[in-house]
Design a binder for this molecule. Structure first.
Ligand code: SF4
Length: 470
């Protein structure tokens, strides 16, 4: 994706590892794509939990500072997060660790709640004091207030009260808990490293790097407790209608992961195949907007018979923290990130495969780079339908007004981008790729049909996020 949108998080948990912290950090590296603005870990040695969080990449967090090196223990949870910029947002990074009546508890959350505002203001009315502004702290307050006799029951009771998307990890002094909302919006999987070590991660690519074996997904509405007693499974609510995020397959998850029981690579290729069927083009080569569109572009090339070429090189070393010297100098920003391969593009008719279009402004600059490199024709093919609606379940899309599909028709967008043709994969095409289970997915950012309901205060939230970004 040329435009930047942000996944809200990746989570990792390791139980009973000799080097639990090292393993968790390895896993977090594999989940870096799910959040690059802060990273954190919480580690228990069976007596106490200590945490360390920092703004920036996992590598920044794991540099050998004294505080990081002092972390010790055999149970660990970790988190990568997209947050807004500014040092004050360290407070919003995760895991969040609290002391409460039963000891200590830390949480790491991927997703977004749709009733967090209501729950939070009710609790604030009753005197609760929150240390952060993120949804995830609500879980800890609910648990701390529970009068149930055991921690697993306290967590289960709390999970019943929240609505929205959550793939969660909790860490107590001696237990690791994993839970997923009843609709299974975000992925979460369970793996084992050896007979005594269990791991939980947002995506299977994190298991691979740790050398762990995938066992199964954490089921929707399942609460798993991993302790010295082994792995115990509970249901905190009846499973709801499945609503896995289709965008995980389109863009967010890594193609080497298996999520929601399918290979991301296989489905992303299928989207490219279907796109070629729906929107054929007369062209000499297929290129992608690297890296997230590579797999769909391969699918398009395979289905169309047009050869795939590497026409754009992405600079992987330009961090998101880079601030353009001149505000609005988008071209300079795009040039920092992408460079065209002139020998590949010159005098060629090009299909440029992109996984999604958000604002379209960056893609427009990319088109201009490709034109300047001598391309004869540019045909953009997008492996997702136009994004017209915000996501309330964990993706930070821009506001309604900023989404290009809300302001322009396909033809107007084509003109705005300055390309010869533009085609999007249809919702039906996307559903077709999901074969026997198209109804198990959320397509709300394309259709506006929100399977878990919408967030009433969304406009304010988007406005706040916009303000915080600037
Ligand atoms: Fe995923 Fe879009 Fe649904 Fe959000 S609205 S959960 S991004 S499919």
């Amino acid at each position: 994706m040329a435009d930047e949108i942000h996944e809200e998080c990746g989570v990792i948990g390791v139980f009973n590892g000799n080097k639990a912290l090292d393993l968790a950090v390895l896993g977090l590296h594999a989940l870096q794509h799910r959040g690059q603005e802060s990273a954190g870990v919480a580690v228990s040695d069976g007596r106490a939990i200590h945490s360390y969080r920092s703004l920036g990449l996992v590598a920044t967090m794991a540099r050998k500072t004294k505080r990081f090196m002092e972390l010790k223990g055999h149970i660990c949870i970790g988190h990568t997060r997209y947050s807004t910029t500014g040092t004050s947002n360290l407070i919003n990074s995760q895991p969040i660790l609290i002391d409460y009546k039963r000891g200590q508890l830390a949480v790491a959350h991927n997703g977004n709640l749709i009733n967090a505002d209501t729950l939070r203001s009710d609790m604030e009315e009753q005197g609760s004091i929150f240390q952060s502004t993120n949804d995830s702290e609500v879980f800890l307050h609910l648990i701390a207030r529970s009068k149930k006799p055991s921690l697993v029951e306290m967590i289960a009771e709390s999970l019943k009260k929240v609505k929205g998307a959550f793939s969660l990890l909790f860490l107590s002094e001696n237990e690791l808990f994993a839970a997923r909302d009843p609709h299974g919006v975000r992925p979460l999987c369970l793996g084992v490293l050896d007979k005594k070590t269990a791991v939980v991660a947002s995506e299977t690519c994190a298991l691979d790097i740790m050398g762990a074996r995938y066992v199964r997904d954490i089921e929707p509405s399942e609460l798993v407790c991993i302790s010295s007693k082994g792995i115990q499974s509970f249901r905190f609510a009846p499973p709801g209608k499945k609503a896995h995020c289709i965008f995980e397959y389109i863009y967010f998850s890594r193609p080497d992961s298996r999520i929601f029981n399918h290979s991301v690579d296989r489905l992303r290729r299928a989207f490219g195949h279907e796109l070629a069927r729906e929107h054929p083009a007369k062209a000499d080569i297929v290129i992608s907007v690297p890296d997230s569109s590579n797999t769909a572009a391969l699918g398009y090339a395979h289905a169309s018979g047009i050869p795939f070429e590497i026409g754009l090189i992405r600079n992987h070393y330009v961090g998101r923290t880079f601030i353009s010297p001149a505000q609005g100098d988008r071209e300079a920003k795009v040039k920092l990130k992408f460079n065209p391969v002139r020998g590949v593009l010159k005098n060629r008719r090009i299909v440029l495969v992109e996984d999604s279009i958000v604002r379209g402004t960056t893609l427009r600059q990319l088109v201009s780079l490709i034109r300047n490199a001598g391309a004869k024709e540019i045909h953009i093919r997008v492996s997702s339908p136009p994004i017209k609606f915000p996501c309330y379940y964990g993706m930070d899309f821009p506001s309604f007004d900023e989404l290009i599909a809300n302001n322009k028709t396909i033809e107007e967008t084509r003109q705005f981008l300055g390309v010869d043709s533009l085609g999007h994969l249809s919702i039906n095409g996307l559903r077709k790729c999901m074969q026997e289970e198209p109804n198990n997915y959320c397509y709300a950012c394309f259709s506006g049909a929100y399977p878990l309901g919408a967030l009433k205060t969304s406009k304010n939230i988007f406005e706040n996020r916009k303000k915080q970004r600037t």
